[in-house]
Design a protein around this ligand. Structure first.
Ligand code: HEC
Ligand code: HEC
Length: 456
């Protein structure tokens, strides 16, 4: 039987409601009989949340063009960006190894082991404020400076690279065609080209995508059962959601290593110690070892960690079940499902997007949402609702944590700096904005949550 006993289905429904508010309408929490057709409807509905995007998001000031991407790819693979002329971005993010390096921690120009595992670079166009394991980089444009200048990675200065590349006629021509209105070999152009190239590193279609698109035969029964566990009993969907299988947020999943505090010090919140960003799960077959410290070799090891629940400490995410009981068969099914997110041959970036056409802009999130005149905002299901408000000058904005998770409301603005600290479920915060104008708030734990506030 496809769906197992009704009791299991109830667990499944409950979990979907926790993880995925939009699905709640389909099930009745706590009901004891769930018709097979309802269950099928939920599977179909949840599946849609993993559908591939139609376009690559890009910032308005750095549109993706084929010329820029070609230049970025060349820079990415060029060891002349390092102090000893031997290390390129690709030395650690090897395109032949799914943009990773296959070791727990890599090494750069000094040969000293790095502090953290090299992450793969798939699907970062969707990451916004959650770059690096601790989210300290705000954009791909800014991120690229870090490995170049890090003494243990490439150990070089942008000035010296610009000087070196300016003497190369081929690079001069490539910069000129990538930046026709500003045809210079310059540091900001170099960072823009690298970022534009990285945005095109979209993981290719796999059997899972064919299934989501409607081909029922693309997955085996075992793999489909693994999907049911992923979105149900095992609660993986609580954090690994969407096409890239990440919520772009930070969680402590209870890994035993305690020498790296992760997100905590970046946002100045102890509640977030040991929290790291949720990595995407695409192409896992090619990206072992796993985790920020590269401590796990196999997917079986990863799943056994979630089954046991990890180290129980105050910072451990509330979205982590403290224990999951899986049979050997279920564990195998979950692993089989995870493999459907990987290519059968070494993966190459997807070619499904046309780079010459102007595509979706990054600024579409909350800025484009219709403004609502209200001074009260909800944070249910990791979303500010409404996402765009208008208030009067002098009016106080109230933000409720009516969610099941801790949030952290922040405004980084030269006119006004705000940090709510850890805002636990049930807590309300108020913000008195000092002046008229438009302000952007976001959550330090779930940075894709954004709120636009207009003060009139
Ligand atoms: C010596 C190895 C090494 C080199 C060289 C290197 N990286 Fe990395 N990269 C890493 C490590 C390790 C991290 C994780 C660092 C952290 O989170 O603290 C990382 C993180 C990243 C991230 C963030 C990924 C994510 O999932 O958030 C991006 C983007 C990135 N690197 C791009 C680049 C680019 C572009 C270059 C070349 C300019 C480069 N890297 C060179 C090792 C390297
Ligand atoms: C509370 C949120 C949360 C839940 C629930 C969760 N994960 Fe994760 N997952 C993370 C975070 C955060 C990391 C990175 C942790 C680190 O490195 O410190 C991670 C890492 C992973 C990795 C390693 C990926 C890599 O590239 O290093 C895999 C595989 C994975 N999770 C699979 C799963 C599966 C399967 C489930 C369900 C059994 C699951 N996760 C449930 C948040 C979560």
């Amino acid at each position: 039987m496809l769906w197992g006993p009704a009791a299991r289905l109830c667990v499944f429904l409950g979990a979907v409601i926790v993880g995925f508010g939009t699905v709640a309408a389909f099930g009745t929490p706590g009901s004891t009989t769930v018709k097979q057709s309802d269950a099928e409807a939920i599977r179909a509905r949840v599946k849609r949340a993993f559908a591939r995007p139609k376009a690559i998001p890009q910032p308005p000031d750095n549109p993706i063009t084929p010329e820029k991407v070609a230049l970025g790819e060349r820079l990415f693979n060029d060891p002349r960006l390092s102090s000893n002329g031997k290390i390129s971005c690709a030395s650690c993010h090897d395109p032949r190894l799914a943009f990773t390096d296959g070791v727990p921690t890599g090494e750069g120009v000094t040969g000293r082991p790095l502090k953290r595992h090299t992450p793969t670079l798939w699907n970062l166009a969707w990451a916004r404020r959650s770059l690096m394991w601790d989210g300290r980089s705000e954009s791909l444009e800014l991120q690229a400076k870090e490995p170049i200048q890090n003494p243990d990675e490439m150990g070089e200065t942008l000035e010296r690279i610009v000087e070196r590349l300016s003497r190369d006629p081929e690079y001069k021509a490539a910069f000129a065609s990538a930046f026709p209105s500003d045809p210079k070999v310059r540091a900001d152009n170099l960072l823009k080209a690298l970022a534009a190239y990285e945005r095109t590193l979209v993981s290719p279609k796999t059997r899972f995508d064919l299934w989501v698109e409607g081909d029922e035969n693309a997955l085996t029964e075992e793999e489909k059962k693994g999907f049911d566990l992923f979105i149900g009993k095992a609660r993986c969907i609580n954090c690994h959601t969407g096409f890239a299988f990440t919520d772009h947020s930070f969680h402590d999943i209870g890994l035993p290593s305690e020498d790296d505090l992760g997100r905590g010090p970046v946002v100045g919140l102890e509640r977030l110690n040991f929290a790291f960003k949720t990595p995407g799960l695409r192409e896992l077959a090619w990206t072992a070892p796993y985790m920020h410290d590269g401590s796990m070799e196999t997917l079986e090891e990863v799943i056994r960690h979630y089954e046991a629940g990890g180290v129980d400490r105050p910072t451990r995410s509330r979205e982590m079940p403290s224990r999951i009981d899986l049979t050997d068969e279920e564990r195998q099914a979950l692993i089989a499902f995870l493999y459907t997110l990987s290519s059968e041959n070494p993966p190459k970036p997807s070619q499904e997007f046309s780079l010459s056409k102007r595509q979706a802009s990054l600024e579409t999130a909350s800025g484009d949402e219709k403004a609502v005149a209200t001074a009260t905002v909800s944070q249910r299901n990791k979303e500010f609702t409404p996402g765009h408000v208008v208030i009067k000058r002098g009016e106080v904005l109230t933000i409720l944590n009516d969610d099941t998770r801790t949030h952290n409301v922040r405004i980084y603005d030269p006119r006004f700096d705000f940090n709510s600290g850890a805002q636990e479920p049930g807590e309300t915060i108020t913000i008195a904005l000092p002046t008229t104008g438009t302000f952007k708030a976001f959550c330090g734990i779930h940075p894709n949550m954004e709120l636009t506030i207009e003060v009139e």
